[in-house]
Design a protein around this ligand. Structure first.
Ligand SMILES: Nc1ncnc2c1ncn2[C@@H]1O[C@H](COP(=O)(O)OP(=O)(O)OP(=O)(O)O)[C@@H](O)[C@H]1O
Length: 302
């Protein structure tokens, strides 16, 4: 069994008499890529500030790498990595000068800067001033800054926010080879496709606490979401299909008939036996986004 790198038990955070987090519990295992996902204002950043020792818990216990992060613990700071805001880069320096200065502050060899420039594909802009970098390059520099001292645990708060699709794709591919960055990564995102691709474990934060923690595949399997079969050439047979699978399981979409099923094999056999046109049919399995939306819907009803 892996060690627990972050352990939060019954955490409540109140800011100016407003309860932001209430009775929240969370465990992050060593070696995991742990995503915290939740709606805007759910308290993800607040949770990060508590884990990083920037905010005192109102109630509950928090341990990070076996120690209490608040009040700020210098020994712990050397073992964790936090991506800085772009406004925290040293002004007027080039990318390489910035990273070298951070290496000096942490008293690690300056060669770390060059290794990260290479690993994060920043060679072509190493001599560019930090304020002239593109959004994607600044985001990669922020990650390099966070990991230059080889932290065990890395916190990334929406690292791919505000990136164009190509820059986001490139950063996600980089994060996927995360063993270069840190042993354990805790990150937040609003891109659920990205979380499904990257995370070994996902926690859903809503209604002031963690609703569920599991691997994306387990969450999808447990939710028994079923699959959607898209039939682009069967629009004229909508009545026959509705009779066959039930009217609640079929929808007319601009791309064709969409059938919801929990047994794709049986559904195809049934459609073929009834002469439904299955030419160019596509199957889409349930996604983390489907599970998330369903959970939040249920949570708001309860
Ligand atoms: N210093 C503060 N004073 C007052 N309210 C605060 C403070 N910090 C956070 N909050 C409130 O706490 C709630 C949670 O904010 P937080 O930034 O942690 O959410 P989040 O999940 O990170 O949101 P997002 O996904 O939009 O970034 C919000 O309602 C926010 O307004």
């Amino acid at each position: 069994m892996s060690d627990i790198e972050v352990s939060v038990s019954d955490l409540t955070v109140r800011i100016k008499n407003k309860t932001i987090l209430s009775h929240l519990s969370l465990q992050v295992e060593e070696g995991s890529f742990h995503g915290i996902i939740g709606p805007n204002g759910a308290g993800k950043t607040t949770l990060f500030t508590v884990l990083q020792g920037l905010r005192k818990p109102t109630e509950g216990t928090v341990q990070v790498l076996g120690t209490v992060p608040y009040p700020r613990n210098v020994a712990l700071l050397r073992k964790i990595g936090v991506q800085p805001q772009q406004s925290s880069f040293f002004p007027k320096t080039t990318l390489r000068e910035h990273l070298t200065a951070v290496a000096d502050i942490y008293e690690v060899p300056r060669s770390h800067a060059d290794e990260l420039i290479d690993a994060l594909k920043l060679d072509h802009v190493a001599a560019t001033r930090v304020e002239s970098l593109s959004g994607g390059e600044q985001q990669r520099l922020a990650i390099a800054t966070a990991v230059i001292h080889s932290p065990r645990l890395l916190f990334l708060d929406e690292p791919t926010a505000a990136l164009d699709p190509e820059a986001r794709h490139n950063l996600v591919s980089l994060l996927k080879s995360s063993e270069r960055l840190a042993t354990t990564i805790v990150y937040t995102t609003h891109h659920l496709d990205e979380a499904e691709r990257l995370c070994s474990t996902v926690s859903i934060l809503a209604d002031q606490h963690i609703l569920v923690t599991a691997s994306p595949s387990r969450l999808i399997a447990q939710a028994k979401m079923g699959s959607t079969i898209l039939l682009p050439n069967a629009l004229q047979q909508v009545d026959d299909v509705a009779q066959l699978v039930g009217p609640d399981s079929v929808r007319v979409t601009s791309d064709g008939l969409a059938i919801h099923t929990t047994d794709t094999g049986a559904a195809f056999a049934q459609l073929a036996a009834s002469g439904i046109n299955t030419h160019q049919a596509q199957v889409k399995d349930g996604s983390l986004e489907d599970v998330y939306l369903r959970l939040l819907e249920k949570d708001s009803v309860e």
